[in-house]
Design a protein around this ligand. Structure first.
Ligand code: CTP
Length: 421
């Protein structure tokens, strides 16, 4: 996966950028979009937001809810300056379509918009895909400006020739097709300064496989405003979902209280309590070939949650009575059919972690248990990295500390191997 920052300026060809974003996310790339205000007359930001799973930025003074992070990446603790943070985190910045006006602004170094400021601040590879009427494209002013962009180090993706937007006109100026734009971006990823494996095509070894992932942490109400919860952020489950989709799977995610952008290419079913998660998983399970149960599910819930807000007045203490929740994995493994692969997670503490996980493998009837040793600092809960041991009947496999996307790939490699047996 690599991070693509896409700048969209105001031309009719903006619709082709929608198709590009769809191709890029399907290929497993993380995409953020900056739009100029004029481009929003052609394509609404909501379209890009829905496909990328991330907010679209237009204005430099508008706070970025993701603080410059790309979908699936951890949220920085401080609010960043958008035009700096987005290009700093990007592996490539593509401006497509780039209008004659946008190109003129970039060529003269204007910083009058979020998009043009980001261009000046970029030290990742920058690609510009012009789109305009052929007379505008051949005007000496545009020719000069495009030459200047090339001199300044931008890769200009030449427009194609053919029917233009204005009725009956043919000539140069059509923006390159979405697959050509993606190919140009991927070659920039491969040769760019930011090291990334994204240029390599992703093996479609889960094509046709239906994967159900649970992610996040459940919340069990105490009263109308309080709950019993846990520290799970959903990052690990979302990484599994996103990588499975990139490897060709059809993915459904039952997401318990996850505050992250939706994983690209997946269907997300939001839930809150263990019981809601149980129902969502039970509903999707029969149609799934693989279940990856990454959610941290409450083992106990308050017996009698209060409908209103419990008042402090007059109390010196409080006891909350808890009752056990259903074990979702045990329920589902009890009715599994042939051909289903079940993976559980185990948050364990200390040196008996693998021993306890092996017990869960047998007790819950699973094909694999992914063990997080939660006593290690900097990994597992709410962190970008993880380090796990994957316990199967065949033995244990230690996966050293790595980004959660890489851990997800290791888990999915074992799923693919289990399904081949
Ligand atoms: N799990 C589940 N339903 C529950 C509790 C857990 O399906 N009510 C699943 C989790 O999603 C995870 C696996 O079971 O995939 C193991 O969860 P964990 O909390 O480590 O184990 P528990 O069975 O709760 O055992 P313990 O808390 O005693 O370690």
């Amino acid at each position: 996966m690599a991070r693509l920052l896409l700048g969209v300026t105001g031309g009719i060809a903006a619709y082709k950028s929608v198709l590009l974003v769809r191709l890029a996310t399907a290929a497993g790339h993380q995409v953020r979009v900056i739009q100029t205000p004029t481009s929003q007359r052609f394509v609404a930001p909501e379209t890009f937001r829905a496909i990328t799973g991330a907010p679209v930025l237009t204005d430099e003074f508008e706070p970025d809810p993701l603080r410059g992070a790309f979908p699936g990446d951890p949220l920085p603790t401080h609010a960043a300056i958008s035009h700096l943070a987005l290009v700093e985190n990007a592996d490539a910045f593509l401006i497509a379509p780039a209008t004659a006006n946008a190109i003129a602004g970039l060529a003269t170094g204007r910083a009058d918009s979020l998009l043009s400021s980001a261009y000046l601040a970029a030290d990742c590879p920058v690609l510009v895909a012009p789109a305009m009427n052929h007379r505008m494209w051949h005007h000496p002013a545009t020719v000069r400006n495009v030459a200047r962009l090339r001199e300044d180090g931008a890769v200009v993706i030449d427009p194609g020739s053919g029917a233009l937007a204005s009725k009956g006109e043919h000539g140069d100026g059509r923006v390159a097709e979405p697959d050509e734009l993606l190919a140009a971006v991927e070659s920039a990823f491969a040769g760019g300064s930011a090291a990334s494996s994204a240029g390599a095509p992703v093996a479609q070894d889960l094509a046709g496989v239906r994967v159900l992932v649970s992610a996040g942490g459940t919340r069990e109400p105490i009263d109308a405003v309080r709950f019993v919860g846990n520290r799970s952020s959903g990052r690990m489950g979302y990484a599994v979902a996103e990588r499975a989709a990139a490897r060709g799977a059809t993915v459904t995610v039952a997401a318990a209280n996850v505050g992250l952008p939706d994983p690209a290419g997946c269907t997300v079913v939001p839930v809150s309590t263990a019981e809601e998660l149980r129902v969502a998983c039970a509903t999707a399970f029969d149609d799934a070939d693989v279940l990856v149960m990454a959610a941290a599910v409450a083992d106990f819930r308050p017996v009698d949650p209060s409908a209103g807000k419990i008042k402090k007045q007059g109390r010196t203490g409080m006891t909350i009575e808890l009752e056990a929740t259903a074990d979702i994995l045990i329920e589902l493994s009890g009715r599994r059919r042939d051909g289903q692969t079940l993976v559980g997670f185990a948050a364990e503490h200390g040196d008996q972690a693998v021993v306890h996980a092996r017990d869960k493998l047998v007790r819950k009837g699973l094909d694999a248990v992914v063990v997080n040793d939660v006593s290690q600092p900097g990994i597992a809960f709410d962190a970008a990295d993880n380090a796990v041991t994957i316990v199967t009947a065949a033995g244990d496999r230690v996966v050293a500390r790595a980004a959660k996307a890489d851990i997800a790939d290791a888990i999915l490699d074992d799923v693919v191997a289990a399904r081949a047996r």
